[in-house]
Design a protein around this ligand. Structure first.
Ligand code: NAI
Length: 342
């Protein structure tokens, strides 16, 4: 039995979709780090998403409370919270189609994302091990920073267990696209909802490369430099404004929910779903850069097609050259660490 319905997506767009009221449409989504600054609003947005039928929330503390609260929202999905004790992470992950990982410590003023490496590397490694055991075929969406290194760490864990599928591992860089689109709309007085600036590279500082030329925009001089800096270091604005109480959480939750929604749309048969994301990529492998964010077409098997970077201006090529150098060392750092600390 199939029916057509018009639904309002959590991001405002009214969309027409076909759905089938069968068990095959059951979609379990797990959030690891669900009681945190990102985890809570992300879980809330996922509860509002009609494509999600089961929401499994795990944290080292507080997830049952978040789950109880969210479970009262009058949408159909079921919600359950998990802690390390009891059923724990294994039950949380079993059967999950999508696993979002916002677990880890956020930045404080003056810190770079790489400063988080020592703490977050082991958190992501352990969660990746649990996912590789319990749901090896799930789509793994890594939010925990530094994404440039935590994605290679996750890949190595999956490889060590013989279950690595490069089409199912994603570093979530959507927030960079959201920021790049919002900031250009402020400069050009356009509707931010219809802007979609391609951002390639990685997810920290100089590795974040917005490609304005591909949207038909040119900025010059100080305006251009300020725009690029704002996109690359936009996270710092939030870290400073929060004065030690964390980094972007609400905008990140929106970005993470948008990426999950895109994956679900693609999994449920919609074609032409494209999101920039940091994946195991052939684009710059010849230069030793094994992971790279570019426009990726999503499909039922995860990564369907990795689009090339395309035409860039001379200025953007300069940004890309710096990005590739940094990215290579971020990737090598993650791979080296996890091989020594598996
Ligand atoms: P937070 O400190 O508010 O929340 C983190 C949560 O993770 C806490 O509830 C904590 O109990 C939990 N946690 C810690 N270790 C865990 C483990 N082993 N298993 C399960 N849960 C665990 O931090 P926030 O603000 O939510 O940020 C989380 C991460 O997301 C940080 O690494 C941050 O840098 C990153 N981030 C990524 C962005 C992106 O664009 N990819 C944007 C903003 C933040």
């Amino acid at each position: 039995f199939a029916a057509r319905q018009i639904s309002q997506s959590v991001f405002g767009a009214v969309q027409r979709r076909t759905f089938s009221a069968t068990a095959s449409n059951a979609t379990k989504v797990a959030v690891l780090g669900a009681a945190g600054g990102i985890g809570q609003p992300l879980s809330l947005l996922l509860k509002l998403n009609p494509r999600v039928t089961e929401l499994a929330l795990y944290d080292i503390k507080g997830a049952p409370g978040v789950a109880a609260d969210i479970s009262h929202i009058n949408t159909k999905s079921t919600v359950k919270g998990y802690e390390p004790s009891g059923a724990g992470i294994k039950e949380c992950l079993t059967g999950a189609e999508i696993v979002l990982i916002p677990a880890g410590v956020p930045r404080k003023p003056g810190m770079t994302r790489d400063d988080l490496f020592n703490t977050n590397a082991s958190i992501v490694r352990d969660l990746a091990k649990a996912a590789a055991d319990a749901c090896p075929e799930a789509n793994i969406l890594v939010i925990a920073n530094p994404v440039n290194s935590t994605v290679p760490i996750t890949a190595e864990v999956f490889k060590s267990k013989g279950v690595y599928n490069p089409k199912r591992l994603f570093g979530v860089t959507t927030l960079d696209v959201v920021r790049a689109s919002r900031f250009i709309s402020q400069l050009k007085s356009t509707d931010p909802a219809t802007e979609n600036i391609t951002v390639v590279g990685g997810h920290s500082g100089a590795t974040i490369v917005p490609l304005l030329s591909q949207a038909g925009y040119t900025l010059e001089g100080a305006e251009r430099d300020e725009y690029i800096k704002r996109v690359q270091f936009g996270g710092d604005e939030v870290v400073q404004a929060k004065g030690g109480a964390g980094s972007a959480t609400l905008s990140m939750a929106m970005a993470g929910a948008r990426f999950a929604e895109s994956l679900l749309k693609a999994a449920q048969g919609q074609s032409g779903v494209v999101e920039p994301t940091y994946v195991d990529s052939p684009l710059y492998k010849d230069q030793g850069v094994t992971y790279f964010a570019s426009q990726v077409e999503l499909g039922p098997n995860g990564v369907e097609k990795i689009h090339p970077v395309g035409k860039v201006s001379e200025f953007e090529q300069g940004l890309l050259d710096v990005c590739l150098k940094d990215l290579k060392s971020n990737i090598e750092k993650g791979e080296k660490w996890v091989k020594e600390n598996m």
